[in-house]
Design a protein around this ligand. Structure first.
Ligand code: SF4
Length: 78
């Protein structure tokens, strides 16, 4: 599964990194949510690959995000 964050629309509520801190974190420079380093796709802060053990909390974060900017999709190749 893949995840993207439309970072420019993030309101820094903290829901995603509180519910799923292994996958989402606060960027301390701009205060916006980003993908944690191990799971970034090609180093992109806004795009990641979700390991199986984090799919459940990633879906919860997608659901809880108040501005609906977390998008989770199936890997097309898989
Ligand atoms: S839940 Fe949404 S608005 Fe809140 S910090 Fe995460 S990405 Fe930003």
């Amino acid at each position: 599964m893949n995840v993207t964050i439309d970072r420019m629309e993030c309101v820094s509520c903290g829901a995603c990194w509180n519910i799923c801190p292994d996958l989402f974190e606060n960027n301390h420079c701009d205060s916006l949510s980003q993908i944690t380093e191990p799971f970034r796709f090609c180093g992109d802060r806004a795009e990641g690959i979700i390991p199986d053990y984090l799919v459940s909390c990633a879906l919860e974060a997608e659901h809880l995000c108040p501005v609906r900017i977390i998008t989770i999709s199936r890997d097309e190749s898989g």
